[in-house]
Design a protein around this ligand. Structure first.
Ligand code: ADP
Ligand code: MG
Length: 311
């Protein structure tokens, strides 16, 4: 990395990054060094956003910075991990200072909110591509896995589903009378960190909804070797999503649209009173494999299809 680029990274990112007590050495050497408490496990995740695949060239850099970090922190939330550090690999077609400053505002703003330290990264030239690796700490053996669901567990979701999906439709031209909420959910997802930390003690299995509720719940079912029945009428929908379904008949959207970044988790009935506020019961884990949907009194198999990059 050239000196001028290093100066920009320093100015816009590093100097505004919160210091975390686990960071022994951050940006500036060949590696960062982390001190983890002896009883902690390291949870690590990475996500990339590529121009023209995950966003378009004219995307607002502030929102990109926010979303790139948010989707990574959401994976830590789904494990019940407490985020503390990230690395950032930037591939940029050119050094555009105002773009970089706005991107940093979105990225570092969220990092500051969750006390997450930017401890290193890489800066290269090429087609625009943004990669984050996020690290969190979880007490040994306490991480929330996809594989722990048991027949008889109740299925919950940490907030509404379908808002981000509607936000995308609005961006594609759908006319919505009150677009603020769906657009905010699409542009600025909130990682459910605090909920994940509470659920760590309560849930049997957990996942964050990035590819759509049905597809992501499907991962819990497959890895836990169980099935489920969702109750459509129980899905927590905003008024806007309700109106969208009334107008279009597209009742599957809240089950199949991605990008909500709510947590979907399973919990034994006796722990339900301890759940964080805002969680909604949406169905049951059953021994019989597969996903079923109860809707208007009928129960039918539901074929889940999420977004896949190579299909
Ligand atoms: P090296 O060639 O040893 O990999 P670099 O010159 O690429 O080192 O980077 C110098 C320092 O700046 C390293 O500590 C690296 O982690 C950090 N760094 C480079 N790019 C970024 C970035 N986009 N965000 C955060 N830190 C970065
Ligand atoms: Mg390097």
């Amino acid at each position: 990395m050239a000196l001028a680029e290093f100066d920009l990274i320093q100015r816009y990112f590093v100097l505004r990054t919160p210091q975390h007590p686990f960071t022994r050495l951050g940006v500036g050497d060949d590696c960062a060094l982390l001190n983890l408490p002896p009883d902690a496990q390291l949870a690590v995740t990475t996500d990339t956003m590529v121009e023209n695949v995950h966003f378009f060239a004219d995307a607002d850099p502030y929102l990109l910075g926010h979303k790139l970090l948010a989707v990574n922190l959401s994976d830590l939330a789904a494990m019940g991990a407490e985020p503390f550090a990230v690395t950032l690999a930037l591939t940029l077609p050119k050094v555009d200072e105002s773009w970089l400053e706005a991107f940093a505002d979105g990225f570092i703003g969220l990092a500051q909110w969750y006390d997450v330290d930017l401890i290193g990264g890489d800066t290269t030239s090429g087609p625009l591509s943004l990669t984050v690796q996020a690290m969190g700490a979880v007490p040994r053996g306490k991480a929330l896995l996809r594989s722990g669901a048991k027949a008889g567990d109740l299925i919950f979701v940490s907030g509404q589903v379908g808002n981000a999906g509607l936000g995308l439709k609005i961006k594609q031209g759908f006319a919505c009378a009150e677009p603020e909420l769906p657009l905010r959910c699409f542009n600025r997802p909130v990682p459910r960190i605090a909920e994940g930390l509470v659920l760590r003690e309560l849930a049997h299995a957990c996942i964050d909804i990035s590819d759509g509720l049905a597809a992501d719940l499907g991962h819990i079912l497959a890895q836990s070797q169980v099935g489920a029945c969702l109750v459509w009428e129980r899905l927590p929908l905003s008024a806007q999503v309700g109106q969208y379904i009334e107008q279009t008949g597209d009742w599957q959207m809240p089950l199949t649209a991605g990008d909500d970044y709510e947590l979907c988790f399973t919990v034994p009935a006796e722990r339900v009173p301890q759940l964080p506020a805002g969680c909604h019961y949406i169905g049951m884990i059953e021994a019989d494999p597969g996903l079923r949907l109860q809707r208007a009194g009928n129960i039918e198999a539901f074929e889940a299809t999420g977004f896949e990059h190579f299909s």
